[in-house]
Design a protein around this ligand. Sequence first.
Ligand SMILES: C[S@@+](CC[C@H](N)C(=O)[O-])C[C@H]1O[C@@H](n2cnc3c(N)ncnc32)[C@H](O)[C@@H]1O
Length: 309
Amino acid sequence: MHVPVLLNETLDLLITNPAGTYIDGTLGRGGHALEILKRLSPDGRLIGLDRDAEAIMQTAERLKGFGNQVQRIHGNFADMKELCKTIGVTEVDGVLLDLGVSSPQLDVAERGFSFGKDGPLDMRMDQTQGRSVADWVNEEDEETLANVIYRLGEERKSRRIARAIVEARKTGRIERTLELAAIVEKAVGGRRGPTHPATQTFQALRMAVNAELESLETGLEAGLSMLRPGGRMTVITFHSLEDRMVKECFKRHTVKRESLQQGGEKLVYDEPAVRRITGKPVTATKQELADNPRARSAKLRVVEKEMTV
Ligand SMILES: C[S@@+](CC[C@H](N)C(=O)[O-])C[C@H]1O[C@@H](n2cnc3c(N)ncnc32)[C@H](O)[C@@H]1O
């Protein structure tokens, strides 16, 4: 069962106007969405996006009690401006992004996200477009594979893994999750410790085929640009590169005062101007960590669009 991470913390910081319009850019199982809707007044509205068509279908039942207060759209949150425009929404009171994969994606072997279950090496969140991990590992050159595994997986043995993949594919295409997991395990010299040796490689390949960092960069800017003054953007990350991207984006948009040589000061920021609501990121409480191990690396950052600058 997918338990929404940092649920109360997120809702408390996201919802400033119960009659407002909100975007959940990562609908998933609809866990956060359901609780947002419960906190909204009958005039409040939620637009749920997910690039996974399954998520859009499966949340129909869970959210049906809210009628036309909720609209679900299949698409990438990077395109939220265009997607919301199709239903006449150009400004919102809050945007939530809860990044990463959902439990149903991990649990269904056929989606190919799990190194613990045999399935086709797919890992695309949106199965209607793009290249699968199988295409990636069979077609990219060794250096590209090594760089992706190093950067996105923070895997020190990336070169060895890339070499083993290129060796293995000489005897035929690598098509299955367990096949790739075994190649990685052998390349890094077997199992040590509780985490599977293919964890970081699988994470890297998933992030690469879904262009996750690129979507985040665009999605953050799109979300900020759609906020009404006083509206908030809340982002939950599970990966250090993502958290850094969120932190840096929010910092660029935060209004700073710089003293001028001739006296006085000027305001420095990227449009649109925001103020920070969280200094250090919010992390899970001991209780949540005990109940939900997925919350371990979760970090929540929040900014608010400035009223006037
Ligand atoms: C961690 S889950 C969200 C869980 C959700 N908050 C809940 O409570 O059920 C992440 C979801 O975001 C989706 N996703 C990831 N990147 C996306 C993107 N760029 N655009 C739209 N959806 C995305 C995934 O398909 C997945 O369903």
